[in-house]
Each structure stands twice: as C-alpha cells, then as structure tokens.
Design a protein around this ligand. Structure first.
Ligand code: HEM
Length: 130
C-alpha cells in the first residue's frame, strides 16, 4: 500500500466536472421553461434564461470546489443576499427544489453526492422564503 496521502476527491471531480455541471443547469432551466408545473417559478425569472444558465453554472462550479471564475468576477457577492430582493414564496421555493431534484436525477450524479447537494440546496432554499 502506498504511503502517499491522497486528498479526498473534490465534489466537482466526483460530479464529473464542467460538462456535468452544465448538463445539470441546462436541464434545470429547460424544465423550468417547458414544464407548466414550474410556471410560478418561471414567471419570477427574466424572459431570457441565458444569463442565468451562465451564472448558475459558474456559481456551482466554484461552490463544488472547481474553477472559481464566478466568485472572482463577483467579489463579495453572497448567493443568499442576491435573493433578498426576489419575492420567494413557499410555492416558488418548492418548485425550485422539485425542478432541481428532477435535474439532479436526470444528470446521472453519484447518489451520495446527490443526497448531499439536495440537503444543502434544501437548507438554502428554505432560508430564501419570506
Ligand atoms: C428558493 C428557491 C429559489 C428561487 C425561487 C430562486 C430564484 C431566483 C431568481 C428569480 C433569480 C434571478 C433570475 C433572473 O434575474 O432572471 C435567481 C438567481 C440566482 N440564483 Fe436562485 N433561486 C432559488 C434558490 C437558489 C439556490 C439554492 C441557489 C444556489 C444553489 C441559487 C443560485 C442562483 C444564482 C447563482 C443566481 C444568479 C445570481 C446572479 O448572477 O446575480 N438559487 N434565483
């Protein structure tokens, strides 16, 4: 057995890097755009979702331990306070979690990591409701 200490794999590596983060985010916004179950959530977003696809992909890449471009481009921005001006209700938070849950399932992510991500997003979303 090797004596060399192995650093634990970063969530960004476990998930499959940028292509999988991109796939997850694209699936999330496609669902939001196309499935009427997410209409209330869609309505509080801008008509053009392209900037959000870029922003959420960048945020999640850094948040998972990958490239930190989003954090460097937005020094000091906190994703929780970025939601403060948005009128998030229990209904839109539940739709966000349902769409993201479906996107996580469809993106074929490692089950343990998926559970951890879902738990973390659930806490964040619950704190964004006013
Ligand atoms: C409670 C559920 C949530 C709702 C209803 C919600 C809704 C929104 C809305 C309406 C926007 C602005 C969209 C636009 O301008 O078109 C936004 C932006 C964003 N959201 Fe959420 N969000 C939720 C949870 C989350 C969570 C849990 C995360 C992180 C994992 C997140 C990450 C982001 C990011 C990165 C942006 C872009 C911020 C920026 O570039 O300034 N959101 N969200």
């Amino acid at each position: 057995m090797s004596e060399t200490a192995q650093a634990p794999a970063l969530p960004y590596e476990v998930i499959g890097g940028r292509p999988v983060v991109q796939r997850l985010v694209d699936r999330f916004y496609d669902l939001m755009d196309e499935d009427p179950a997410y209409l209330a959530l869609r309505q509080i977003h801008a008509p053009d979702l392209a900037p959000m696809r870029r922003s959420l992909t960048g945020f999640l890449s850094g948040w998972l331990g990958g490239p930190r471009d989003w954090f460097e481009a937005n020094p000091g921005r906190c994703v929780m306070s970025a939601h403060a001006p948005i009128p998030i209700t229990a209904q839109t938070a539940a739709q966000w979690m349902a769409a993201m849950g479906q996107a996580l399932d469809d993106a074929g992510i490692d089950p343990d990591l998926k559970t951890q991500i879902r738990t973390a997003f659930g806490r964040m979303s619950a704190s964004m409701v006013r």
